[in-house]
Design a protein around this ligand. Structure first.
Ligand code: NAD
Ligand code: TYD
Length: 339
């Protein structure tokens, strides 16, 4: 199979590239990424050495560049991970979120249609469902839960989902959508909760917890998300949405305390800061559809996943230190500047 993976230099996209290269010996992958602040080509160093992987620097909102990629290679499947992904940034400056997440999805689908790509998968998020109350543990997001967004980020992802469904209905476009809960694991950019807390704790810097830290997220190890996307893009029913999650709801404050404990750092580093505007209270996924139809189940328990993640950040300090210092942005020039 020849796969186009967009957002391949980001957290989940890169993990997905490694997952596919490991799981399917005959697959070839073109990894496309515009290398925004969140894209880091160093993450793909291992894949670039593999003859089955090729990197293309391109922006999904650039129609000509996207067309060139589809002309150079014929794809069996396109998986769209490329997105602006950080809620706090979307509150400060939503325009790039609307451009990449909505228009980028449209341009990518138009190119896939022109080139008769037989399969398109849209990586979406549980945040399109809005939030659930903290005092109703019986309520979970199902695929039938109405779209009800809170942040410019989630609104842009929901708009993209609706567009994908519109293309399916209007053109018979062969698309699937998956909506996953919060991911954690190696290569996550240290602006998101878990890697930010690890990096700050290691530097003995304050750990900024929003509000009272009581908001709940449903954490899934990134590799389990990759396995689920793999199942959906190969075996999912066209036109369908699949929720992905592992029944692992945790309060932010409890995650932060686990990280401090594992790193042997004092809880006095916790600093409560002003809450995020419109802060979603609780996310919780009902994954029974993907389990029943595609046999997917999460393989990683949180206790193992968080230990593995902390160990990875400890063993790969240069990776995230170069991000914190901004040095990682020079890597592309060094590797590709004169090619
Ligand atoms: P990320 O921010 O780490 O990576 C996004 C990647 O997309 C970056 O490499 C960036 O350079 C690239 N990109 C951004 N704009 C682009 C453009 N216009 N053209 C080409 N490339 C562009 O995000 P992530 O956490 O890896 O998330 C990947 C996808 O998964 C997103 O669609 C996100 O909505 C979704 N998702 C994330 C989570 C999570 O917990 N991180 C959970 C569910 C769904
Ligand atoms: P984040 O990793 O940004 O993911 P999302 O908002 O998409 O779920 O945040 C996860 C939770 O952690 C969310 O409730 C906000 C909270 N949070 C903090 O308390 N402090 C922080 O510095 C960050 C980045 C997040």
């Amino acid at each position: 199979m020849k796969i186009l993976v967009t957002g391949a230099a980001g957290f989940i996209g890169a993990n997905f590239v490694y997952y596919e290269l490991g799981a399917h010996a005959d697959d070839e992958i073109v990894g496309l990424d515009s290398l925004t602040y969140a894209g880091n080509l160093e993450t793909l160093e291992g894949a670039i050495k593999d003859g089955r992987f090729r990197f293309v620097k391109a922006d999904i909102t650039d129609a000509d560049a996207v067309e060139r990629v589809f002309t150079e290679d014929g794809f069996d499947v396109v998986v769209n991970f490329a997105a602006e992904s950080h809620v706090d940034r979307s509150i400060e400056d939503p325009s790039v979120f609307l451009k990449t997440n909505i228009l980028g999805t449209q341009l990518l689908m138009d190119a896939a249609r022109r080139h008769d790509v037989p399969r398109y998968h849209q990586v979406s998020t549980d945040e399109v469902y809005g939030d659930l109350p903290l005092d109703r543990p019986d309520l979970l997001f199902t695929e039938e839960t109405p779209i009800h967004t809170s942040s410019p980020y989630s609104a842009s992802k929901a708009a993209a989902d609706l567009l994908v469904q519109a293309y399916h209905r209007t053109h018979g476009f062969p698309a699937t959508i998956s909506r996953c809960s919060n991911n954690y694991g190696p290569y996550q950019f240290p602006e998101k909760l878990i890697p930010l807390m690890i990096a700050n704790a290691l530097a003995d810097k304050p750990l900024p917890v929003y509000g009272e830290g009581l908001n709940v997220r449903d954490w899934l190890y990134v590799w389990d998300h990759c396995a689920a996307v793999d199942r959906v893009m190969r075996g999912g029913k066209v036109g369908e949405v699949y929720n992905i999650g592992g029944h692992n709801e945790m309060r932010n404050i409890d995650i932060v305390k686990i990280i401090l404990e594992k790193l042997g750092k004092p809880e006095s580093l916790i600093t409560y800061v002003t809450d995020r505007k419109g802060h979603d209270l609780r996310y919780a996924i009902d994954p029974s559809k993907i389990s029943a139809e595609l046999g997917w189940l999460p393989a990683t328990k949180f206790a193992d996943g968080i230990s593995r993640t902390i160990d990875w950040y400890l063993a790969n300090k240069p990776w995230w230190e170069r991000i914190v210092s901004g040095e990682y942005r020079e890597y592309y020039e060094k590797m590709y500047g004169d090619r």
